[in-house]
Ligand binder design. Structure first.
Ligand code: TMP
Ligand code: MG
Length: 291
């Protein structure tokens, strides 16, 4: 296959595509348009970060905080209960997005209420991240550094916690000037104690609304109508809905969990599906091809 000649990584055993020829054509027209017309939009949890390491689950932004010593044992129990109730719903392929949406709002609302009760101090967040098991996917240096070197904007669009996410990429040394973050940010009082979360809640299924609230960002990037989108949930597919005059989009989906049940729906909606692939090898190969 021609595409595999140019990007051999697309033949990796983790790669599944419903229409490889179409992927090849889109990538070719993006190359032709030039890397100065490209922007990257990526989810954070379980997309830029690893799903598992040595057989053990890696934490989301919320989990980093939940597992930390800033949270009381009683609160940890409650947050774990929420995770046990709502995570299976998040990944349940037998329920529609419409059915899941109010339950996801419930999860985020209940979790944020519990976190606010813990009077978390802003000045301790860096320590919490440093002591956590947070792990970006293998190849993250190349991913972030290459985008920066080529002045390609990277929007990290996350239903996680912005303050935690920023600290993870800061400590990894990759929070470069081309990175912009849309996420849930903590609101601290004048003594630096968490009192609430700022602005409109971003949860797993309202990224479209989040994108449309940020028209200014997409207006600034209107000369970049070619998009590389990366996510791990079907909710991530709407992250690029704010892009103006979009010409081409390639959607890369990480399928980490419940692979057999969800594979068909991922193949139907993502152009490239990466099954149990803990690395950024394929996105990196595409970026190298585009630049
Ligand atoms: P995202 O990856 O689409 O940005 O979504 C954030 C992830 O955070 C999502 O997979 C669910 C997870 N999550 C937790 O792990 N704990 C929580 O308390 C909440 C509200 C979400
Ligand atoms: Mg995610």
């Amino acid at each position: 296959m021609l595409s595999n000649v140019k990007i051999p990584e697309l033949s990796n055993p983790s790669v599944y595509m419903k229409n490889p020829k179409r992927v090849q054509e889109i990538l070719q027209s993006m190359v032709k348009a030039g890397s100065n017309t490209v922007q990257v939009i990526s989810d954070f949890d379980m997309t830029l970060t690893r799903f598992a390491f040595n057989g053990k689950r890696c934490p989301t932004c919320h989990n980093i905080l939940d597992n930390s010593k800033l949270i009381s044992e009683d609160c940890k129990e409650k947050l774990k209960e929420l995770l046990n109730i709502y995570y299976p719903i998040e990944i349940d392929s037998s329920r529609s997005i419409e059915e899941k949406l109010p339950l996801m709002v419930e999860w985020w609302t209940r979790a944020h209420e519990l976190l606010v009760q813990q009077e978390i101090r802003k000045d301790l967040l860096a320590m919490v991240v440093r002591e956590s098991d947070a792990m970006l996917r293998d190849g993250y240096q190349l991913f972030f550094n290459h985008l920066h070197e080529h002045s390609i904007p990277l929007l990290i669009f996350s239903a996680g916690i912005g303050d935690i996410l920023e600290e993870v990429i800061l400590q990894a040394g990759v929070f470069h000037s081309n990175v912009k973050v849309f996420s849930n940010y903590m609101d601290f009082d004048e003594s630096g104690v968490l009192r609430a979360f700022k602005g409109e809640l971003i949860h797993i299924y309202n990224k479209r609304e989040g994108a449309l609230l940020n028209t200014g960002h997409f207006q600034e990037l209107r000369t970049r109508p070619n998009v590389l989108l990366m996510g791990d949930s079907l909710g991530d597919l709407t992250m690029a809905d704010g892009v103006q005059d979009m010409e081409n989009i390639v959607k890369i989906g990480f399928l980490n969990d419940k692979v057999e049940e969800r594979k068909q729906s991922y193949l139907d909606s993502y152009d490239i599906v990466l099954v149990k692939d803990e690395t950024l090898e394929v996105p990196n190969a595409i970026l190298l091809y585009l630049t």
